[in-house]
Design a protein around this ligand. Sequence first.
Ligand code: G4P
Ligand code: NA
Ligand code: NA
Length: 194
Amino acid sequence: MKLLEERIKQDGQVLSDHVLKVDSFLNHQIDPGLMQEIGREFAQRFAADGITKIVTIESSGIAPAIMAGLYLHVPVVFARKRKSLTLSEDLLTASVYSFTKKETNEISISKKYVNEHDRVLIIDDFLANGEAALGLLHIVQQSGAEVAGIGIVIEKSFQDGAAKLKQLGIRVESLAQIAALANGEVTFLNQETE
Ligand code: G4P
Ligand code: NA
Ligand code: NA
């Protein structure tokens, strides 16, 4: 997605060879207009897939997910990383290990909102090692719902998350695919061959 790639080039900060900071439009301050275009793009890519629900994870997955939900006319459910006071019964859970934070989180959603009648689109902001995506996949599979695919805003293609998901036969649609973050520069996959 050209608009997103341009924004990453313009405002993204390469913190290291494997971390990209996008706090000015996605992970802290959020650009609603850009999120709208991202939602429209996800909706187009999954328009023919009979999606009935979007599942994401707090916090940064929520903005792109809600915009996709708006265009697909389906509800959006976000997995919680901490147990909520009111969300206590009938939970579907998965353990998600974060390589970045070196900690494991128990993520959960209520059975009430995803079930065997659903065709789910999973959305997240980043795809790195795929731990969060695999956790969401596990939760949705436990619900009996079908997973139509995974929509990712920024895929770091040099990490193994995308490959792991594709090996499982999961369709992955990433709006920006980063081939490398070497020397303080962002290189996109589609740019390598230019
Ligand atoms: P994984 O799920 O793909 O295995 O990734 P990892 O555990 O490494 O990611 C932990 C957190 O860091 C996730 O956000 C993920 O979205 C984010 N992340 C991973 N790589 C990058 C990167 O290069 N840049 C940025 N900005 N984020 C990255 P989170 O902790 O769940 O935070 P949030 O959703 O509340 O923002
Ligand atoms: Na994040
Ligand atoms: Na995330």
